[in-house]
Design a protein around this ligand. Structure first.
Ligand SMILES: [Zn+2]
Ligand SMILES: [Zn+2]
Length: 266
């Protein structure tokens, strides 16, 4: 039987102005503005909903100097998704901008790679540059969930529903996973921070926040091999995503885009 086709939404919740030299290992010879957008994603179909990553809160945005647009939970509510009733959350990795808002998804089971939990709770966190993109409150909340029977651990590649698979690629963090989703236009891959921008994967130049650089390059190949085409790869932080895909409705313009729809701009 053919895999079901899912809808995918990217919901923008924050923004950060920075320069292109900060977005590539070794800098960038064109020192131009290259801002980051922050997203959570939602996958809907076959009577179920999955949320991919949980973003950060207004309080954390203040601490880290990020421009907060709206709570990710509010963005999801605008799509008709009630955070309190979400049953499954997939965490790509546990950096502060992907694993925050601990109290938002009260009923959800969290899908996480073994190695990401090992990374976030083990000896690598003794190193300040590795620890810096984590928020200890998110890590503690994940430990609490383990003891509440609310974490589903994965090791490598796993199918969590027909046409919906998780793939550990590592590189950026020890246990980063990407999400492969069957849609009406083929297989879309939510790359999250396997590639912050289209330019990272397209030019084979990693974003300079790295656990293992060789694995980052391998991850680019893996992500491309999992997607139906390069246009089916969705980077984790690129503002171009909001330009390349259509809004779900006129009212949601600037709030969210549909990633299962064909791109409207190259
Ligand atoms: Zn990250
Ligand atoms: Zn990130």
């Amino acid at each position: 039987m053919a895999a079901p086709q899912y809808e995918i939404y990217a919901v923008k919740y924050a923004h950060h102005d920075r320069s292109s030299r900060d977005n590539f290992v070794g800098g960038d010879s064109h020192d131009v503005p290259m801002p980051l957008d922050y997203f959570v994603w939602a996958i809907r179909g076959n009577g179920r909903t999955w949320v991919v990553d949980t973003g950060f809160s207004a309080e954390v945005a203040r601490q880290r100097g990020r421009e907060f647009i709206r709570c990710p939970g509010q963005g999801l509510s605008l799509l008709g998704i009630d955070p309190e009733s979400v049953g499954d959350v997939i965490i790509s990795h546990m950096h502060y901008d992907h694993a925050g808002n601990a109290q938002l998804f009260k009923r959800a089971r969290y899908h996480l790679q073994d190695r990401e939990m090992q990374f976030a709770t083990g000896r690598c966190m003794c190193f300040k540059p590795m620890r810096f993109p984590f928020d200890v409150n998110d890590v503690k909340a994940m430990v609490d969930r383990v003891f509440e029977d609310r974490v589903c651990f994965h090791d490598g590649d796993e199918e969590i529903a027909p046409g919906l698979t998780l793939h550990r690629v590592g590189g950026h963090t020890m246990g980063l996973q990407v999400v492969r989703v069957h849609t009406r236009r083929g297989w879309v891959v939510l790359a999250s921070d396997a590639s912050h921008f289209y330019a990272n994967i397209e030019t084979d130049r990693p974003f300079p926040l790295i656990y293992n650089q060789a694995d980052m390059h391998e991850a680019y190949r893996r992500v491309y091999s999992l997607a139906s085409s390069p246009a089916h790869v969705i980077p984790g932080h690129d503002p171009l995503v909001m330009k390349r895909y259509p809004a779900p409705s006129e009212a949601l313009r600037g709030v969210a885009v549909r990633l299962d729809a064909d791109p409207i701009a190259a």
